[in-house]
Write a protein that binds this ligand. Structure first.
Ligand SMILES: [Zn+2]
Length: 305
């Protein structure tokens, strides 16, 4: 949750393309104070993306349902908030897969975006995420050490102050006015302090500046329906099991390698579509597949979810 900044490799993260457009996100809920944030967003007629923690989804299912029913976007933020690059393949799959399942059990839909805790990601984590149909979404990075992190999470632990968070936000806003594209900021809905900073200062300031504020899915010019496997009508992103079997029995010529080759490329964002298209058919028609060791282990584990 705090500010680990390691990234194994430079990558192109998803960006909202339109200037002065903020892809609004909150991490680490659902939690007790999330409701306070939802009330503000509702009053202001704003929608957000929530990267939720699976273990908290089962603790606060009604809060997650309130988020979803209010048409906010729900996405995955792991089960127990570990640094994913430190985990084995199997552990990463469990972190993401059980969170997907918890969300599906509570909402009936399966998200197709994820955010790695601490922004900790490398090619391996990215590949597993994409194979599981989850496109990684980071927050805006303007240099190896400078990101659009409000630092709000550190207030609760006393390692930063509200004043510092407000200053961080102003720094972000100063940068935003120079940008040709939109932006994404790291904020949290876990603690009372983070919610109060958001509703008492950051959101009103952003509104006063006339920024366009919307969830990641729509800031990427995609309809909200594309944020979930069950409601996504993109033919290259079939559901992982069951009803999708018929449509993926005749995969398109490109379907076997898209999931891997487009990883980390911003062009893949449009394509939630590419996610998982390689691994999923192998699960349904595994008898014919000759899998590499990695892909075999991955596909076998993915079949759990
Ligand atoms: Zn987090």
């Amino acid at each position: 949750m705090p500010s680990k900044r390691s990234c194994g490799r430079r990558y192109q993260s998803l960006l909202c393309p339109t200037a002065k457009t903020w892809g609004l996100t909150y991490d680490d809920g659902p939690a007790f104070y999330t409701t306070q944030l939802l009330d503000y967003l509702d009053t202001a007629n704003l929608k957000s993306t929530f990267f939720v923690v699976g273990s908290r989804v089962i603790s606060f299912p009604a809060v997650l349902q309130a988020e979803y029913m209010a048409q906010h976007q729900i996405a995955v933020h792991t089960w127990s908030h570990p640094a994913l690059t430190t985990l084995t393949n199997e552990q990463i799959i469990a972190e993401l897969g059980w969170t997907k399942k918890a969300i599906k059990d509570v909402l009936g839909v399966t998200p197709n975006m994820m955010r790695p805790p601490f922004g900790d990601i490398d090619d391996r984590v990215r590949a597993i995420s994409m194979a599981m149909g989850l496109v990684p979404v980071m927050w805006t990075r303007i240099s190896p050490t400078e990101t659009f992190d409000t630092g709000d999470f550190e207030v609760h632990g006393g390692t930063t102050t509200v004043q510092q968070v407000m200053s961080n936000w102003q720094g972000i806003m100063n940068n935003v006015t120079q940008r040709q594209d939109g932006f994404i900021v790291l904020e949290h809905d876990l603690f009372q302090q983070t919610v109060e900073i958001a509703t008492g200062y950051i959101l009103p300031d952003a509104q006063a500046r006339g920024l366009t504020i919307e969830p990641v899915s729509t800031c990427l010019k995609r309809p909200m329906a594309d944020a979930y496997i069950e409601t996504n009508n993109n033919q290259t992103n079939p559901p992982p099991s069951g009803s999708g079997a018929k449509s993926i029995s005749a995969p398109s010529p490109t379907s076997t390698d898209q999931g891997g080759t487009n990883i980390g490329n911003s062009s893949s964002s449009g394509g939630s579509g590419s996610s998982g298209s390689g691994a999923v058919p192998s699960l349904h028609f595994g008898t014919a597949a000759v899998l590499t060791t990695f892909a075999g282990v991955l596909a076998g584990l993915l079949s759990v979810f």
